[in-house]
Design a protein around this ligand. Structure first.
Ligand SMILES: [Zn+2]
Length: 249
């Protein structure tokens, strides 16, 4: 394919535009992931609050059960106390007294447990309140960050569209066959598909170039493609100032 030095400069220029697009695209790809991480971060605070709520509920259930248990002991004491008036023998009286005493001891122990439950509920409610406040803070924080990221995403998308138009305008100046080779090489995932020769080597894959290729590079009248890495090669010419590669992002 016959080309000119100007075509090579156009291609280098196009690659500059594409590198800017790549950078913008990586930002566009990165932001939704960052937003997802921020949202996931809130899950920890939510779990902590749910845990605190569950702990309070557990203490409350236990307290209720203990209260029922206490009531049954109380009822036993009341019942046995009435029976005391009806027993005929001393042994039966003493047995009832013993039962009453045992119920009182058990009732006392249950009361202690009820107090523990109440302390548990109080402590749990403090934790719940703290966790709720922390979640609220985290949510406010995340909202600010997510808002900033979403704004950045819109800006990047706007810049991408502008840059894409600049790129397409630059691409339209390049001979179709040359552009096809370039796009094909880029489509295979290489960011730098137009690279300078470095003396007798490809500057990207470092392979030695055949003498004929070096001659062709010097002539710059045909497209020279590295046989090893398939990149388009050119001979660097510091004397020729290329067009500015691309707008800074
Ligand atoms: Zn190469």
């Amino acid at each position: 394919m016959g080309i000119t030095k100007e075509n090579i400069h156009q291609l280098i220029n196009l690659q500059g535009h594409d590198l800017v697009l790549d950078k913008l695209q990586s930002g566009i790809d990165r932001i939704p992931k960052e937003i997802a991480v921020l949202r996931q971060g809130l899950d920890g605070a939510k779990a902590k609050l749910a845990e605190a709520k569950a702990a309070v509920l557990t203490w409350e259930k236990k307290k209720k059960a203990k209260e029922l248990e206490f009531a049954s002991k109380d009822e036993a004491i009341r019942k046995h106390s009435m029976e005391l008036n009806q027993v005929k023998t001393n042994a039966a009286f003493k047995a009832l007294q013993h039962e009453i005493e045992q119920a009182r001891v058990a009732g006392g122990a249950i009361e202690t447990e009820i107090l523990e439950c109440m302390e548990g509920i109080d402590a749990g409610r403090v934790e719940e309140k703290t966790a709720a406040a922390e979640l609220k803070d985290s949510e406010a924080d995340a909202q600010v960050h997510i808002g900033a990221l979403e704004k950045e995403l819109v800006e990047l998308q706007g810049k991408f569209s502008e840059q894409k138009a600049v790129r397409e305008a630059a691409a339209s100046q390049i001979p179709a066959e040359m552009l096809r080779l370039y796009d094909h090489a880029r489509g295979r995932g290489k960011a730098d598909v137009v690279v300078p020769a470095d003396g007798g080597n490809c500057s990207a894959c470092r392979i030695n170039l055949a003498p004929q290729m070096i001659v062709e590079l010097a002539k710059a009248k045909s497209l020279v493609v590295c046989e090893s890495c398939q990149r388009i090669l050119y001979k660097p010419e510091p004397a020729v100032k290329p067009e500015p590669a691309a707008k800074p992002v």
